[in-house]
Ligand binder design. Structure first.
Ligand code: 1HN
Length: 355
């Protein structure tokens, strides 16, 4: 087989540089037919010097979202839809059901008298309640009545259904890890014959049992929190107390993370969540980390600068910060932000970085 010899004159014929390029291309064409390719052509784009993301910073304003979600209530029932959710699609990843590359976000509504039937799936879900009072989520036999600001957890394979016995629509943010689960191609799901599961534990049971500084003897033995609903009623006073005491991080404000009371670790192996209160006039220092983050404004208003772009937010607005983009919060009023990301998954894999 001919070997290219560089730097030899070529008497009017294409020069050696051209020869070697032509020979390389001919080689690439031949190996392509055998489903092979040269790493050296792609190496810098597959192992980048820094994180590369398609995810864009974006805010969904509740003034738009709420009226559109309410409108969807006239088009389809929760039963027919199974889950009546409008997807918050990252503008750079339309049609992929992604807010970040690893997380789904959507706004779900359940109308008075409706039931969203029981099912379970490998993908874990969280709900953050935006509007309404008195609808419930039943998770693994516990019925949890929800209020605004509550953080509700549906772990991997936990049976769950929703119902609304109140007299007003209830809306919440759903965040699921299914883009990550689907990346690993490990999704399973099933529906139950009965639309609602039998509940054996009353409202608030798991928070009372596991969130009171004592733990039942015996091991919980699962890799997610036993608490179904971390209520705003219990969590808000903690960040308010930190704010009053001046325990305010220069980047993240007076912030807590939601913890699994059995381990002290994150609530789910795939997703972690935080609640932060900021004083009026807060001007945060910039921060970046490799986990793309979904934020919800619970109270107040402010602006988050992400990589030079200002995202203005007020109550119930949802915004997304892509991985490794520097961001800094500032507030016009005292504000509360909930946030969620895939940080626990990245940490478990040893690939998380900040700074
Ligand atoms: C799901 O099961 C729920 O249970 C919400 O409320 C949103 C988005 C995609 C796939 C399953 C729920 C979902 C979902």
């Amino acid at each position: 087989m001919a070997v290219a010899t560089a730097n030899k004159a070529s008497n009017g014929k294409p020069g050696p540089k051209h020869n070697i390029e032509a020979m390389r291309q001919a080689f690439y064409d031949r190996i392509a037919k055998k489903d092979m390719a040269p790493l050296w052509k792609v190496m810098k784009s597959v192992v980048t010097k820094e994180p590369v993301t398609r995810c864009q910073p974006h805010v969904w304003h509740y003034s738009d979202v709420k009226s559109l979600v309410l409108e969807s209530g006239g088009l389809i029932t929760a039963e027919e839809a199974e889950r009546r959710v409008l997807i918050l699609e990252n503008p750079a990843m339309r049609g992929e059901s992604k807010a970040t590359n690893t997380l789904f976000a959507g706004i779900q509504m359940i109308m008075p008298g409706e039931v969203a039937p029981a099912h379970r799936h490998v993908s874990s879900a969280i709900r953050f309640v935006l509007d309404g009072k008195g609808a419930y989520t039943a998770v693994e036999g516990e019925k949890s009545i929800m209020s605004r600001g509550d953080f509700v957890i549906t772990a991997n394979w936990a049976p769950h259904d929703h119902g609304n016995t109140s007299d007003q629509p209830m809306l919440w943010l759903d965040v699921l890890d299914f883009p990550a689960v689907n990346f690993y191609e490990t999704s399973f799901a099933e529906q139950f014959d009965e639309p609602t599961q039998v509940t054996t534990r009353e409202n608030g049971d798991s928070l009372n049992l596991y969130g009171s500084g004592v733990l039942p003897d015996g091991s919980w033995g699962r890799n997610y929190t036993p608490v179904i609903n971390y209520t705003y009623e219990r969590t808000r006073p903690i960040v308010a107390r930190m704010l009053a005491a001046g325990e305010i991080d220069k980047r993240h404000g007076a912030r807590v993370h939601y913890a699994n009371p059995v381990t002290g670790g994150p609530v789910l192996p795939t997703m972690g969540a935080w609640l932060a209160m900021f004083p009026k006039g807060f001007k945060g220092e910039p921060y970046r980390a490799t986990d793309g983050t979904i934020f919800v404004c619970v109270e107040g208003e402010g602006t988050t600068n992400v990589d030079g772009k200002d995202l203005d937010w007020g109550p119930n607005d949802v915004f997304v910060v892509p991985p490794w983009k520097r961001y800094a919060h500032k507030t016009a009023k005292q504000a509360v932000l909930f946030s969620i990301s895939d940080r626990p998954a990245q940490k478990a894999l040893g690939i998380w970085r900040e700074g």
